[in-house]
Design a binder for this molecule. Sequence first.
Ligand SMILES: [Zn+2]
Length: 288
Amino acid sequence: MNPTAFASDPVAAYLFVATMGAVTGSFLSMLVYRLPIILKRQWDRDCREALALPPPEKAETFNIAWPASHCPKCQAPLKIRDNIPLFGFLLLRGRCRHCAAPIPRQYFLIEALTTLAAIVSVAHFGLTPRGAAAFLLSAALIALTFIDMREQILPDVITLPFLWLGLLLNRGDLYASLGSAVLGAALAYLFLWLVFHAFRLATGKEGMGHGDFKLFALAGAWLGWQLLPLILLFASLAGALYGGALILTRRLTRATPMPFGPFLCAATWLALFYGWPLMALYLRSAHG
Ligand SMILES: [Zn+2]
């Protein structure tokens, strides 16, 4: 679709964009559930190999495409109409057609957020390379957020390719100059690495995982070093507020680890769209 068609029929264009978003969201909701299982099986095999243990019993094939979508409780395969992004969940009213087991609301949430991200990306940047790349980054951040919430991991297979992609895109100054992007990736990683080791030396505890360093480096690679303080500030504030609220409502104790990744993702997403306007606002108020 070219920008002229977009201008002449915005409703059709946004319907197209929303559909793309919903379909991508459907893929992401599957990825969030399957990728950690695939990775854990791989780690299991690697560990056994390193320890010279017998390989695990031959398990049934499990990958991104196999087996087909099914009810997690009764294993009944989903009908095609149940598999339609967003509407499938609504048509079934969130329950399996066969055993009425509730379908996790997370699937619907991921599809809805991805649809929204597609619309926001195009509304903000237009049907341009910047708009398309913004949606791609949004999709990665959504997947990382939900995987980190579920499993407390930020898989390298997502963070590292997207870090490189950010640097490549900024060869054409897509969101930042290449120099700023390279510096951003390196400084972001180094900064969290230093914080991690300082915290560990001071308290004997590990405050975050190495995935957080890579995720922050990804943010630097896409948005440049200038927005890193803003991203870190937002992520820490949001994390502190959320953690504080959970402690107050006694759903979390101080000792329970809380993943930092989702907050870094949310802050990076915000900075992608509003980073520079927010910086300008801050600088203006700082200079009175
Ligand atoms: Zn079922």
